[in-house]
Structures are given as structure tokens and as C-alpha cells.
Design a protein around this ligand. Structure first.
Ligand code: NAD
Length: 264
């Protein structure tokens, strides 16, 4: 990274800056974790069930010479958040660091169902994962965030434009954009900036690989994107250290859309 874009030194405590990235075992979260580590930032990544992939990620990040750890977290289980926060505190202690510099609320699921067929269970799961977790887990983690720390929530282009079968998912993403503005307002007074990243269509495991593996969807997506292709995880991950860098510090409550020019 050019020196003026280097991630900040300000929220560092005892030398190391640490990011907590939820859903880091694959997809966008994994790419974010890797690019943060390449920028010299330590990473605590959470995984849901795949401890083997999480172990590989920690080995890769450690090889980049930054503090790294993986913790299990089910963002749909809000009763586990206090215990998880205790584990984060212990992990930071183990790194010899008092505070988190960054929190990236990335974990998500892509439940696909037409509005008329969406069940209450699907709706509740989507809102637990995409709204309740960033709402309450962030609340609990606030005492661990450094003054000058940053929070990045993750929305979706579908919060603004309609995609077939995403009524409940997109409603939850709309809610996280509203929550971001309120967090930015209240937490800005404490020196904590909160922004929301808005990816367009990216070829990952998301939604059962709907963008990556479904040829028809992939073609339709590519046609809707000015750059002529679906995004790759690294199109998003590589941008995250830049979004969290000092040069971006006047962004607060901002929607940062990275879509290759989708639906222009
Ligand atoms: P992905 O399916 O590859 O990865 C999702 C990650 O979230 C995984 O690490 C998974 O383990 C984790 N996760 C899912 N449910 C969880 C739970 N209950 N508890 C803890 N972790 C859980 O998908 P992705 O494309 O990397 O998506 C990452 C984020 O980006 C999500 O918030 C998604 O809504 C958003 N997004 C994705 C796209 C896209 O096209 N891929 C577009 C816009 C927004």
C-alpha cells in the first residue's frame, strides 16, 4: 500500500492493531482477513462450523507475521455473545493488546425465497444474523474498541435494487444500513466511526453459490455490471484495509458501494 493509504497507527495499543472479522473462514470475510494481515493488522476471525478452514486461515495469517486467532461464533445465537466477548478479551490479553482497533460485522447467509413463500423461521434467521448480531454483539464489544476504532457493517446492493427471491434478506440489509447511521451518530461522539460496506454480486459460496455456480445467474449478473463480470472475493477484501485507513477517517455513517457499477 502507498504510505498515505497505510492503515492507521492511531488506534494501536502496545504496538499491534487487531481486527475482529466475523465469518472469516471463507468468502469475503476470508479475503478481508488476508488483506488486513497483509497490511500488518492482526486478525481474530470467527468461524461458524468449519474449524479446519479456520485453522488454515490462522496458519496463513500467522505466516504474514501478525497476531492471529480464530474463535467459534454463531451470530444467530445472541445468548452466546457475552461468553464470546469474554473470549475476545482473553484472546486480546494473549496478544498483549488491550483493545480492538476494528470490528467487521461480515457474517451472513443468503436465504432465497419469494416474498409470498418466505417463512417466519427464514425471516427470523435472516434478521438474527444480519441485524440482531451487529446490533447486540457490537454493543457488548464497545468497551473493547479503542478510541478511534472503526466498525464496518456489511449490507448488499439488494437493499437498494430488487433481486428475485430476496425480500427478507434485502429487508435485513436495509435495516443494517439504518442501524449504521444511528451507530455512527451515537458512537461518533466517542471517536468511533461506523460505516457500511455495500457489495454488489460476488462469486462466493453465498446463497449456495448462486452467483458463482449458477450459469444463468452469473450471465445475468455480468450483464448488469458495467465492468462486465461478477465480483470476486478479493475485489471486496482488498478494499477493506483502505476503507479502514487513516485517509478515510472523515467517513462516518457512510454507504461504501463496491459493485463494479451494477444496475447503472
Ligand atoms: P459466504 O457464504 O461465502 O460466507 C459467509 C460467512 O458467514 C461464512 O464464513 C459463514 O460461516 C458465516 N456465517 C454464516 N452464518 C453464520 C452464523 N450463524 N454464525 C456465524 N457465522 C456465520 O458469503 P459471502 O459472500 O462471503 O458473504 C459475506 C457477507 O457479504 C454477508 O453478510 C453477505 O450477506 C454479504 N454480501 C454478499 C454478496 C455476494 O454476492 N456474495 C453480496 C452482497 C453482500
Amino acid at each position: 500500500y502507498p504510505s498515505d493509504l497505510l492503515p492507521p497507527t492511531t488506534p494501536a495499543v502496545d504496538g499491534a492493531r487487531i481486527a475482529l472479522v466475523t465469518g472469516a473462514s471463507r468468502g469475503l470475510g476470508r479475503s478481508m482477513a488476508t488483506h488486513l494481515a497483509q497490511a500488518g493488522i492482526g486478525v481474530i476471525g470467527t468461524y461458524h462450523s468449519n474449524s479446519e478452514e479456520a485453522g488454515k486461515l490462522v496458519a496463513e495469517l500467522t505466516a504474514l507475521d501478525v497476531p492471529a486467532a480464530a474463535l467459534r461464533l454463531d451470530v444467530a445465537d445472541s445468548e452466546s455473545f457475552e461468553d464470546f466477548t469474554t473470549q475476545i478479551r482473553a484472546t486480546l490479553d494473549g496478544f498483549g493488546v488491550e483493545r480492538l482497533a476494528y470490528l467487521v460485522n461480515n457474517a451472513g447467509i443468503g436465504v432465497h425465497a419469494p416474498y409470498t413463500e418466505t417463512t417466519a423461521e427464514q425471516f427470523d434467521e435472516l434478521f438474527h444474523v444480519h441485524v440482531k448480531a451487529p446490533f447486540f454483539l457490537t454493543q457488548l464489544l464497545l468497551p473493547l474498541l479503542a478510541d478511534g476504532g472503526r466498525i464496518l457493517n456489511v449490507s448488499s446492493g439488494l437493499a437498494r435494487f430488487t433481486g428475485p427471491g430476496f425480500a427478507a434478506y434485502a429487508s435485513a440489509k436495509g435495516a443494517i444500513e439504518v442501524l449504521t447511521r444511528y451507530q455512527a451518530k451515537e458512537l461518533g461522539e466517542r471517536g468511533i466511526r461506523v460505516n457500511v460496506l455495500v457489495p454488489g454480486a460476488i462469486a462466493t459460496d453465498f446463497g449456495g453459490g448462486v452467483v458463482r455456480d449458477n450459469e444463468q445467474t452469473n450471465r445475468a449478473v455480468a450483464a448488469a455490471i458495467a465492468l462486465g463480470r461478477a465480483g470476486e472475493a478479493d475485489d471486496i477484501g482488498a478494499a477493506v484495509p483502505l476503507i479502514l485507513a487513516d485517509g478515510f477517517s472523515w467517513a462516518n455513517g457512510t454507504r461504501i458501494e463496491l459493485s463494479g457499477g451494477q444496475n447503472l
